[in-house]
Design a protein around this ligand. Structure first.
Ligand SMILES: C[S@@+](CC[C@H](N)C(=O)[O-])C[C@H]1O[C@@H](n2cnc3c(N)ncnc32)[C@H](O)[C@@H]1O
Length: 217
């Protein structure tokens, strides 16, 4: 895809929300989008990565009375690495990334901020990841229309250590039209997770997102 103007950027983001959630279709879509993704989301004032990183650090500070920057963190659905870049700037260098799209991961490699990066990883079923592998998991822009179902949160919890932190964004249109809240409430009732925080914040020009912080039980 070649250089985008603002209206093309808006349109491609909308197009991504109309996908089926089928991993093959998403992988094909992001294969074509990888080269111009950063430009398109910048045209639409995508501030989610900056916001979620500050949110993550705030929660760490509140929960642990310190924001330990040695934590082993996974950026799940890292895309081109926009979250990793901000984490790196804030001093968090013990960072891995994974994404369904090999091409998005190729762009993320160029950031130089991830220790390990894996493409071809579907967060609905992260077979190659062990239980309790990470101190913290962060995921921005993945719980969005056309991408993954709310139940994908269970895999992010599984691969995160007990007492570890999972922080995700859910774009408002996704939050409003899925049962994400109900899925999280029932995980909390089952004692699998504690919802530490749920609040709204800036995300992209068109709309805000809900931001969630979970402690794995
Ligand atoms: C809107 S982008 C967000 C990327 C990055 N986190 C950011 O904030 O810029 C969504 C990303 O989710 C990835 N993705 C979509 N479905 C996925 C799945 N089932 N498993 C893993 N990644 C997925 C896409 O390949 C894409 O890189």
């Amino acid at each position: 895809m070649s250089e985008s103007n603002d209206s093309q950027s808006f349109d491609i983001i909308k197009e991504s929300h109309a996908l089926s959630g089928e991993p093959e279709q998403l992988a094909e879509f992001y294969q074509k989008w990888a080269d111009t993704y950063d430009e398109d989301v910048s045209n639409e004032e995508y501030t989610g990565p900056e916001y979620i990183t500050n949110y993550f650090i705030d929660i760490l500070q509140k929960e642990n009375n310190q924001a330990d920057n040695q934590l082993k963190i996974l950026d799940a659905g890292c895309g081109t690495g926009l979250v990793g870049i901000v984490l790196d700037k804030k001093g968090y260098h013990n960072l891995d990334g994974c994404d369904l799209s090999e091409e998005m991961v190729e762009v993320a490699k160029q950031t130089g901020v991830y220790q390990t990066l894996n493409g071809g990883i579907d967060i609905n079923n992260m077979k190659s990841f062990s239980d309790a592998q990470y101190d913290a998991t962060i995921s921005c822009g993945v719980f969005t229309l056309g991408h993954v179902p709310p139940t994908a949160i269970k895999e992010l919890l599984r691969i995160t250590k007990k007492d570890g932190l999972v922080v995700v964004s859910t774009r408002s249109s996704y939050y409003d039209s899925t049962d994400f809240q109900a899925v999280c409430d029932s995980l909390e009732q089952e004692g699998q997770v504690k919802i530490l925080d749920h609040s709204t914040g800036p995300y992209i020009a068109e709309e805000d997102a809900h931001y969630w912080a979970f402690r794995v039980c």
